[in-house]
Design a protein around this ligand. Structure first.
Ligand code: OMP
Length: 212
């Protein structure tokens, strides 16, 4: 799937919405990516294949694919299937429970143990709060974060001039991959004359909060 096809797909499924939204950070954004709306088998198949293709294209080096609860869980499960079936990359996967279990199998990691190099799969990084929690969890298990893959890189400033993603790359010394980013969205809207109103809101937002 090309980037344009991926954006057609997220527009058609309503996962990408244009309008006015308040983010976790408090910023008022002209768009919102709601990965929870990928909610049919066919949609998950397409989404996971897009993640798997990006992971394979980038040559991501990892031992275990880790999906943070809750939204990362179906992403890790379905992307590990797509990696095996479509890319010939058969890797273990794992996810965490939000509530630690004190009976039965115990522990809060389900699936493969977090050992070696861990690739985190998530939906969106804006300020990077959620992803830092995963880093702590991985390090607490004695494993090493090796990279992050997200569907959308919003390319927004974090604390300083760098984006939250660039800060993660700098602080942990790992790459962050994305299927698409904010610039791809703007390039896409620029090809749709009936969406010029949204294009303007998007470029304004990018000049205010975007990285250079
Ligand atoms: P950070 O923890 O600030 O990186 O934000 C990531 C979270 O923001 C996601 O897991 C979502 O809960 C939420 N979010 C989206 O899902 N889509 C967006 O387009 C923007 C956000 C957001 O609130 O920044």
């Amino acid at each position: 799937m090309t980037k344009t096809q991926f954006i057609d797909f997220i527009m058609a499924t309503g996962v990408l919405k244009l309008g006015e939204f308040t983010l976790k950070s408090g910023r008022k954004s002209p768009y919102f990516f709601n990965a929870g709306l990928f909610n049919t088998g066919q949609q998950l198949a397409q989404l996971s294949q897009a993640y798997a293709a990006t992971i394979a294209d980038k040559g991501a080096d990892f031992d275990v694919l880790f999906g943070p609860a809750y939204k990362g869980i179906p992403l890790a499960a379905t992307t590990s299937v797509a990696l095996a079936e479509k890319q010939g990359i058969d890797k273990p996967y794992a996810f965490n429970r939000k509530e630690a279990k004190d009976h039965g199998e115990g522990g809060n990691i389900v699936g493969h143990a977090l050992e070696g190099k861990i690739l985190i799969i998530d939906d969106v990084i804006t300020a990077g709060t959620a992803i830092r929690e995963s880093m702590d969890l991985i390090q607490a298990q004695g494993a090493k974060p090796a990279g992050v893959i997200v569907a959308l890189d919003r390319m927004e400033k974090g604390q300083g001039e760098l984006s939250a993603i660039q800060e993660v790359e700098r602080d942990y010394g790992i790459p962050v991959y994305s299927i698409i980013n904010m610039n791809d969205l703007i390039d896409y809207l620029a090809t749709k004359p009936d969406m010029s109103h949204y294009l303007e809101a998007m470029t304004d937002y990018r000049s205010q909060y975007g990285i250079m």
